[in-house]
Each structure stands twice: as C-alpha cells, then as structure tokens.
Design a protein. Structure first.
Length: 200
C-alpha cells in the first residue's frame, strides 16, 4: 500500500474508520486516483520531445503531422566528378542507372525523427514572411534554434534564401530537412545551402 492510499484512507469518516469494506473501497478508489496522478505526472516527461523515444515520438509525430517514414529523404551517392556534392569517387559510388531515383525512402532513427519533428513544429509556427521577429518568431530565430545557433539565413531578394550552416554540421541532417521540405520558408522561396564556418 502506498502513501497516496494511506492519505486517502484518513479521509474516512469516523463511523467507517477501521471497517473492512469501507477501507477496501477507499483502497480501490485511491489506487485508481494514484494511477491517474502518476500518468498525468509522467505525461510531461514522457511526451517531452527532447526526452521521448520510440512509440512516444510516433505519437508526437501524429499530433504534429509528420510520419517517421520519409519518402525520398535519404540521398543516394553515385559515381561522379569533382564539384558535385552528391558524387563519390570511382570504386566508392555506384553507377547510376536510368531507373534509379536520387534518394531512398527510409524510416528515421529516433535522433533524425526528433530533428524532423522540431523542424515541422517550427515550420507550422514560424512567421515565414519576415526574417526578424514580429508578433511571432521570425525565420532567423527559428533557424538559429533549430540548428543550435550554428546556422543563419540571408534573404537574397530574388525569391531565394541562403541558409548558411556551420561547415562541420552533419550534412545528412540538413539533406533530410531539405528533401522532406521541412525547412520553414516563405511560399515559393527556395533555399540555397551554403556550408561556412559559423561562430556562435
């Protein structure tokens, strides 16, 4: 019997105090109340995006509207020439056939999924019409937070924006967001990805 149940048993009125049936009924109610209390108490940590794993992340994904399966989110690397970011040297990259797609579909790992969920939440809530903050959080603040202060955006004023990302940031994470269309941006504006040293 827990302290929670013992506390509730103290609320029995005097004529039922110490009676077997009344005590059993109070035990039943108190144990159900305790289950509800424990569930609600654990809810904040169980569904905290930074701490959640596995099926908890999948539930958050349903709420946010981002499935764990991502179609065409993982780029393939083929044999190619210098200057192409997605090419590998002879013997490392595979030959591209006409039937090959440029990316594979995959289930995201927990780490990738958390990153994608944060991006989806940011995309749903950011004020994409301005770079700086107005009545809502602006693009600059959102991108900086999403990439741990290792990225910033520049409006090129030609329907493109340059996303400057620290050159040692994992490019797989960036490719995931770009290929899945999860980067927050104004409608019709394309991102140009630029890897540069970024000092936080």
């Amino acid at each position: 019997m827990s302290d929670f149940t013992d506390i509730y048993k103290e609320y029995l009125i005097l004529q039922y105090y110490g009676k077997e049936k009344a005590t059993a009924e109070m035990d039943l109610y108190a144990s159900e109340f305790e289950n509800v209390f424990n569930f609600l108490n654990a809810f904040l940590t169980e569904f905290d995006l930074d701490q959640a794993t596995g099926d908890r992340l999948d539930l958050i994904g349903k709420i946010v509207g981002q499935p764990r399966f991502i179609a065409g989110g993982v780029p393939k690397f083929f044999f190619g020439f210098d200057g192409n970011a997605q090419s590998l040297a002879y013997g490392q990259g595979r030959w591209r056939l006409a039937s090959d797609t440029l990316a594979d579909s995959a289930l995201m790992t927990d780490g990738q999924y958390k990153f994608a969920l944060k991006a989806k939440i940011a995309k749903n809530s950011v004020s994409a019409k301005v770079i700086t903050d107005d009545d809502r959080e602006g693009m600059q603040t959102t991108i900086s937070r999403l990439f741990d202060k290792r990225a910033y955006v520049v409006d090129n004023l030609d329907m493109t924006m340059t996303l400057n990302i620290d050159d040692d940031y994992p490019s797989d994470d960036v490719d995931l967001l770009v290929n899945a269309g999860l980067l927050p941006n104004p409608m019709g504006v394309e991102f140009i990805i630029n890897y540069v040293p970024v000092v936080p």
